[in-house]
Design a protein around this ligand. Structure first.
Ligand SMILES: C[S@@+](CC[C@H](N)C(=O)[O-])C[C@H]1O[C@@H](n2cnc3c(N)ncnc32)[C@H](O)[C@@H]1O
Length: 309
């Protein structure tokens, strides 16, 4: 075992056992250098993952995994939405597919930055630059379906209630809001080995420095956030997926996704905890072996609700 493995884990600053109140948020430690080796990170945002081609590829790959896991692109019982919004749209792949599925609808993807500018999006798709933490640049009641997926590493825990309120504000009466998230808490990868626990623990410490939830509170509170905004017909669904070759094709894809996700954080982890990137890379390979030894599983949480008419 490497020496850093045994260092005591300090308690994350933002850890709580109940959802945070709808208060403001603070960027604890702003600072990932914009470029870390070959990876590019945003400087003025809490968002922890890189914004570069490697991450674009991982997000597309992850999109196809999630579509298989959910057996589709959403769970809410939408009928024929006319205006659809995807907040934190990433590569835009989810929104592109919705635009194809509902050719009569106008589909908007919102993100801090546009990627895939070179590909030709469907004609009923439009990208809008925006920041959910600053409020959405849309009028009240603008969309029939508002979707937000995997922003747990982007929205500080204390900002979640306001962010969800903002999604609901732009949803029209009778429209649906759907949230899809996962936890980065070591205890939510179960069963899992010591190196896996340690790597996720370091990721969690890094996240907590930015006020990001590292204990799975956000993922467990999605339906609570929706209910606090007054939405009705709320449903919550937890989907367990295998991680590692032991879990067949899906498990193998999940392991690859975890490997690339861990690599995406390896430069900031090495920088913050004064270890080498090679040591992190070795730990990532050990984690992959542990997935098979322990038969690790992971969960995605989906919650959706309807704005009352
Ligand atoms: C993990 S990716 C998920 C992308 C996409 N939702 C998906 O499921 O493939 C998170 C995305 O949220 C975007 N993001 C981060 N902070 C944001 C913010 N404050 N407002 C809007 N988008 C943000 C990032 O740029 C990134 O594209």
């Amino acid at each position: 075992m490497p020496w850093w493995f045994f260092r005591r884990r300090s308690r994350p600053a933002a850890s709580q056992t109940a959802p945070a109140a709808a208060s403001g948020w603070q960027l604890g430690e702003v600072a990932l250098p914009r470029l870390h080796g070959s990876r590019r990170y945003l400087q003025e945002q809490p968002y922890l993952l890189p914004k570069d081609l490697g991450e674009v590829n991982r997000l597309d790959f992850q999109h196809y995994i999630l579509r298989a896991v959910l057996r589709g692109n959403y769970l809410a019982p939408i009928q024929q939405p006319r205006r659809i919004l995807d907040v934190g749209c990433g590569t835009g792949q989810w929104a592109f597919e919705l635009a194809h599925q509902f050719p009569q609808a106008q589909v908007v993807g919102l993100d801090l930055e546009q990627v895939k500018a070179a590909t030709s999006p469907p004609p009923n798709y439009r990208f809008v630059q925006g920041d959910i933490l600053q409020g959405l640049p849309f009028d009240d009641n603008s969309f029939d379906f508002v979707h937000q997926r995997l922003l747990v590493l982007a929205i500080p825990q204390a900002a979640w209630p306001d962010a969800v309120q903002e999604l609901v504000r732009v949803t029209s009466p009778g429209g649906w809001v759907e949230l899809v998230e996962a936890s980065i808490a070591p205890k939510d990868l179960t069963p899992s080995g010591p190196v896996t626990q340690r790597l996720f623990g370091l990721g969690g410490e890094l996240a907590a420095l930015r006020g990001i939830d590292s204990e799975g509170v956000v993922a467990r509170s999605l339906d609570y956030y929706l209910s606090e905004t007054g939405l009705v017909n709320i449903e919550r669904c937890q989907i367990e997926v295998p991680v590692g070759e032991w879990g067949g094709r899906l498990g193998s894809l999940m392991a690859l996704n975890f490997r690339e996700g861990a690599k995406a954080l390896s430069a900031p982890i090495a920088h913050r905890f004064a270890i080498t990137e090679q040591e992190v890379a070795t730990a990532i390979e050990e984690m992959l072996q542990e997935f098979n030894r322990y038969h690790t599983q992971y969960s995605y949480i989906v919650a959706y609700g309807q704005k009352a008419c």
